[in-house]
Design a protein around this ligand. Structure first.
Ligand SMILES: [Zn+2]
Length: 374
């Protein structure tokens, strides 16, 4: 009986997904109980409305959501379906989310694979706004969580990571493939940045004239050996990399990614770039991939900071920071999405317009470590 009771929820998840569409999105929800799926459906319907009011989307985006127990330190995890595509600006091949490529005129056949695959942690004490109750001090707003995760799925994510068993340098994604899915022997095809990575820049916080485009580092790393070189294993490839003259560059990237207030996302038409989240230790999935906590948590661009406020609803955060028009998607986040290649609705129909605000730039307010990642 024990065996059966373990299997039963899994079978339910597989057999009875809830499928619904909201604007340009189709959501497939997998939950243990229909009641949870009903609640999630109401929240994701709102997520669809908020995103579709900020972005001009023309082709269906398929989102697969599973409500399941995860590591208690995680709110949620999001995997993005990525495809190699040549960036129009500098003609470098990078990894693009299919959700974005679908909106461009590429002629690619995308099939029916999900563009965004999300797991929401059922262990977290989530508050569902559509329940109509007030959020409790120990609860987290699931609408804010889902909207944040969707931003990752739409392309707010870096591919810079530690290689397997190495913690002294970072590289973009080897061959553009998740490390566990690389077959050996392995032919070196290149380290692939994401479309988000194209716009990263290091600016020395002590000396702003000292700056370096991160994509230049990525292109340099790709020269460690000729493309097409074969290695018996992934480990052998990284052994050769470590022995090459590019190791220093990869170490430099780790130094940048672990120096506070130093990595930014360039907005082509704005004077100030977006300050990204870095901490003294590199955290895969958190570092680089978020807006700086101290600079943005009290601004309309609070959504992409790395930690979620406990006991505060998305609606309250919107009211406190004056982000009415974006429904939680702030002016700088909209500009980041535009830079990735999305067509942005400059005046979202959710209220009056807002423009990027001047931010506080203080050195020490970035120290607080987020307790839970998302
Ligand atoms: Zn996140």
């Amino acid at each position: 009986m024990k065996y059966f009771s373990l299997l039963f929820p899994v079978l339910l998840i597989l057999l009875f997904p809830t499928v619904f569409s909201q604007d340009i999105f189709t959501f497939v929800l997998h939950c243990e109980h229909e009641e949870i799926c009903d609640k999630l459906e109401r929240e994701f319907a709102n997520v669809g409305i908020i995103i579709a009011s900020n972005l001009v989307l023309n082709t269906k985006i398929l989102v697969d959501v599973t409500y399941e127990p995860l590591d208690p330190d995680d709110f949620a995890e999001t995997e993005t379906n990525l495809m190699k595509f040549v960036s129009p600006g500098d003609q470098v091949e990078r990894l693009y989310p299919t959700a974005l490529l679908k909106q461009l005129n590429t002629g690619i056949d995308f099939g029916d694979a999900a563009d965004i695959i999300m797991s929401i942690n059922s262990v977290i004490n989530f508050w569902f706004p559509s329940d109509g109750e007030d959020i409790q001090p120990d609860q987290y707003d699931i609408l804010a969580t889902s909207l944040h995760e969707m931003m990752h799925g739409l392309g707010i994510a870096t591919t810079w990571r530690f290689p397997p068993d190495i913690d002294t340098y970072l590289t973009p994604r080897l061959n553009g493939v998740e490390i566990g899915k690389i077959k050996e022997p392995v032919t070196f095809e290149g380290f692939y940045e994401s479309v988000f990575d194209e716009n990263l820049i290091y600016i020395n916080v002590e000396n702003p004239d000292d700056e370096r485009r991160i994509t230049e580092i990525a292109q340099d790393l790709n020269g460690f050996t000729p493309k097409g070189t074969e290695f018996p294993t992934v480990d052998a490839l990284f052994d050769a990399f470590t022995a090459s003259d590019q190791e220093n560059n990869a170490e430099l990237m780790l130094e940048y990614a672990t120096t506070e207030l130093s990595l930014h996302f360039i907005l082509p038409d704005e004077e100030e770039p977006v300050l990204l989240h870095t901490t003294e230790e590199f955290e895969a999935g958190t570092s680089i991939t978020h807006f700086d906590q101290g600079a943005y948590e009290d601004t309309p661009d609070f959504l992409m900071i790395p930690s979620l406020r406990q006991g505060v609803s998305l609606k309250t955060l919107i009211q406190q920071t004056g982000n009415n028009p974006g429904g939680g998607i702030g002016p700088e986040l909209r500009l980041v999405l535009k830079t990735l290649g999305y067509t942005v609705n400059e005046n979202p129909p959710m209220g009056s317009t807002s423009t990027p605000q001047k931010r506080r730039f203080t050195r020490r307010n970035n120290q607080r470590k987020p307790l839970i990642h998302f």
